[in-house]
Write a protein that binds this ligand. Structure first.
Ligand code: NAD
Length: 294
């Protein structure tokens, strides 16, 4: 059993903290929202983030964005002031690589950036994927804790490498989803059935996760969000956030990512036109709008 401080009990943080409690850990929790504080039965409510972190062996944050993470760890009265001498610090939020590196460098204890994929369902089921950046020794200590919340845990390298892996993966996902949608839109115009395209492409060189597992038209893959009116899944608004982080990283490093930039433009438009809460595969509806609208 470990003593754990957990800060940020939103859609993702609350079920993750519940899995830590279920595994028998002693968990102290804090969220700015008093309603969120009621979401983790069996945890000890703390009056502040610093109180949740006091004496903890592991301190975990799950917050909206980089500015919240910087403030929570480095701000006045923040977590850094309160943690124990041997604590391992983890941030599981999805934030920009530069802030993850800045926070890691500023803290006196080992800090791991450990963003996740798998969404709320993965957080509830304890099947998240963790992409982790930071010192190998801290990773080795944290891995059993991460394993109570996730199934696939990958040490990606030094500070920021977890966020880098998340940004690269999700940029690739957005591009492959748009490409998959475009193939179905063209097939429709050519009178080729969804099923026929799926049967050929899912076994040929066009195969990818967006097609084979998360098919953006109803029928070929019964479990995909297309079969339930594009209820998420992974909401388009979150894809816009992740693509923005990838473009920020590309700008900071001088990487050429023209398809990533275009994917961000298209997903932004989809969100502005009302698609924010729609699954990201629902962008096929906008792409059907025709040449000039894309
Ligand atoms: P959320 O908005 O539901 O929850 C964030 C929580 O943090 C809120 O309860 C808020 O009150 C709390 N908070 C903000 N600042 C705080 C502070 N200083 N101290 C204490 N509490 C504070 O967000 P979420 O959906 O749980 O996502 C959390 C992170 O996980 C984000 O970075 C998101 O990009 C990432 N993520 C989300 C999903 C998803 O499907 N929701 C999937 C993968 C990754």
């Amino acid at each position: 059993m470990a003593r754990i401080g957990f800060v940020g009990l939103g859609n993702m943080g609350a079920p993750m903290a519940r899995n830590l409690v279920k595994a028998g850990h002693d968990v102290a929790v804090f969220d700015l929202s008093s309603e969120a504080m009621t979401r983790v039965e069996g945890a000890r409510p703390a009056a502040s983030g610093a109180e949740a972190a006091r004496g903890a062996e592991f301190v975990i944050t799950m917050l909206p964005a980089g500015k919240h993470v910087r403030e929570a760890w480095l701000g006045t009265g923040g977590l850094a002031a309160a943690m124990g001498p041997d604590a391992v610090l983890l941030d599981c939020s999805t934030i920009d690589v530069a802030t993850a590196r800045e926070v890691a460098a500023a803290l006196p204890r080992p800090f791991l950036d450990a963003p996740v994929s798998g969404g709320v369902m993965g957080a509830e089921a304890g099947t998240l994927t963790f992409m982790v950046g930071g010192p190998a020794e801290a990773f080795a200590r944290a891995e059993p804790i991460l394993r109570t919340m996730g199934r696939t845990i990958v040490h990606c390298g030094e500070a920021g490498a977890g966020q880098a892996a998340k940004a690269c993966n999700n940029m690739l996902l957005a591009i492959s989803m748009i490409g998959t949608c475009e193939a179905f839109v063209l097939a429709e115009k050519l009178g080729l059935s969804h099923q026929a395209l799926f049967e050929v492409a899912s076994k040929s060189s066009g195969q990818c996760w967006s097609l084979n597992t998360y098919c953006p038209v109803p029928g070929p893959v019964p479990a995909s969000p297309a079969n339930r009116d594009y209820r998420p899944g992974f909401a388009a608004a979150l894809m816009v956030k992740d693509l923005g982080l990838a473009q920020q990283a590309a700008g900071e490093t001088g990487a050429a990512t023209p398809m990533g930039a275009r994917a961000l433009e298209l997903y932004r438009r989809f969100v502005e036109e009302g698609g924010a809460e729609t699954d990201f595969s629902g962008i096929i509806r906008m792409l059907r709008g025709g040449r000039e609208s894309a």
